[in-house]
Write a protein of this length. Structure first.
Length: 491
């Protein structure tokens, strides 16, 4: 094992900020720093980033991290890049000039473009494992090309944020994307792992502007001409954020899964070498390609998880700060028959009801704000339960284990209720930085610091377990009542 003076640099380019993280050669987090950057909302439902500001936030995060811990960048062995998926930009290859602000995954401006392809929805899903939605990159790219009146595409590069950062780190020498980010564009066939000519034709995206697709542990280039980092550091790990988090949770066995409890909740379950197309509108995606082997996953997204706590604070004034939610909810023994379906922006997987409305049912004279707070937390767990049970139906197998991360995973009341509903032990990671750490592990594999997935498995550290305690008959009754509450949201 190498000296602990050597590090892996992980770059986690997120939706509101860019995080730089250092991991040591024993695979542990040493330090991290996050640099925020602006979002732009030019019209209702539109969300943009400026590519230059994303690059500036990346530089600032790295330089601040190194300076604040007095670390000489010459001790960085390699770099891994992970990123917000689907967000995509266009820039000129010759002078790096952005041709349009990056369109963010949350942006809904291409709703009408999606409607023009509804007759092809099943065909698209068979190729990509993705539902037809503005969420994904294909219609965003089509929209940008149309808006910029781009006819000559010989001098144009198009890429998600991993591609852009790698291109900048190498001073334009490396124009690539990895298989996980490519799988979220709706332009890649997840069976072949290649850009699909028919999909590119459908969305009128020229193949020439798209980067070559590489594995997640492939060395795609080296730092060059930066000033704040020395030349020659290999970039040897790359993956989309949820894929990197699954890797950082060491979910390497089929039917191991992770749930990230953030603003929403994101569930990914490893399905091994089986590409499973869901009967419940789950997303079928590539988990990663490591050591020349492709691993697939099912993904389900809950739109509102931790965001419901913010709504209780800002919308209802029920609490003064988000930290108060657990103590308030814990002040009562249960929700006393109150059910809160937090469909504040519709319902995601497995229901996919965009017009659903949030609902609180079971109110009576004895109901107080603690019951509502508890029902709100329980509503998060009910939604995650529904996603996982749908995945179990798709695979015909039971979940082996669920590893948890994200801010709301620190809420003991919520996590215990989640374990009770699932009848499944939850494992809480010792680090909350599983996304950046996961891509550091990929990068370490890429340069041979670790030789196998078994070695990586040994790096995972557990902080806490939540074991199911609820009697089966009580759980069944709660789930039955939840189903009744769900029906009331479907206006």
């Amino acid at each position: 094992m190498k000296s602990k003076k050597e590090y892996i640099l992980g770059i986690d380019q997120g939706t509101t900020g860019t995080t730089a993280l250092l991991a040591d050669t024993s695979g542990k987090v040493v330090a991290s720093y996050t640099q925020d950057f602006p979002q732009y909302f030019p019209q209702p439902g539109w969300v943009e980033h400026h590519l230059d500001e994303i690059w500036q936030s990346t530089q600032k995060a790295i330089t601040t991290l190194l300076a604040s811990h007095s670390i000489d960048p010459k001790y960085i062995l390699c770099i891994g890049i992970t990123n917000q998926r689907e967000t995509v930009g266009l820039w000129r290859s010759q002078d790096a000039k952005p041709l349009h602000p990056a369109i963010v995954w949350q942006c809904r401006r291409t709703e009408k473009l999606c409607q023009t392809h509804r007759d092809k929805e099943d065909w698209i899903y068979q190729k990509t494992g993705l539902v037809l939605d503005p969420y994904f990159s294909a219609t965003k790219i089509k929209w940008m090309l149309e808006q910029t009146n781009t006819t000559n595409t010989n001098d144009i590069f198009c890429g998600t944020m991993n591609t852009y950062i790698a291109w900048k780190l190498t001073s334009g020498k490396s124009f690539v994307t990895d298989v996980t980010n490519a799988s979220r564009t709706q332009l890649m066939n997840t069976e072949t792992g290649n850009w699909d000519d028919d999909l590119c034709d459908l969305f009128t995206v020229p193949r020439t502007i798209l980067p070559p697709i590489v594995a997640c542990d492939e060395t795609i280039g080296k730092t060059s001409g930066l000033g704040f980092l020395p030349d020659g550091i290999p970039i040897s790990g790359m993956a989309g954020d949820q894929h990197a988090a699954l890797f950082g949770q060491a979910c390497f066995t089929p039917m191991q899964g992770k749930c990230t409890y953030g603003t929403g909740a994101f569930v990914l379950i490893n399905t091994g070498d089986k590409r499973i197309l869901s009967q419940h509108r789950m997303l079928s995606t590539i988990a990663w390609k490591i050591q020349n082997q492709v691993t697939y996953a099912l993904e389900g997204s809950v739109f509102i998880a931790g965001a419901v706590v913010g709504w209780l604070r800002d919308g209802l004034g029920l609490i003064q700060s988000s930290k108060e939610i657990e103590s308030l909810a814990s002040s009562v023994k249960d929700s006393d028959g109150v059910y809160f379906v937090p469909a504040l922006t519709g319902l995601g997987a497995p229901h996919w009801h965009t017009k659903a409305r949030g609902t609180i049912t079971g109110l009576h004279r004895g109901t107080n704000k603690a019951h509502i707070a508890r029902a709100a937390l329980e509503g998060i767990a009910f939604q995650v339960h529904d996603v996982i049970k749908a995945m179990e139906k798709d695979t015909g197998q039971k979940l082996r284990s669920l590893r948890i991360d994200g801010g709301a995973s620190q809420n003991d009341l919520l996590m215990q209720f989640q374990a009770d509903l699932l009848g499944q032990t939850l494992s809480q990671s010792a680090t909350i930085e599983t996304t950046a750490l996961g891509v550091c592990w990929m990068a370490g594999l890429g340069i041979g610091l670790w030789k196998s997935m078994d070695e990586i498995q040994g790096l995972y550290q557990e902080k806490h377990q939540y074991n199911p305690l609820m009697p089966t008959d009580k759980k069944k009754q709660l789930l039955l009542n939840w189903e009744k509450a769900l029906q009331k949201t479907m206006l």
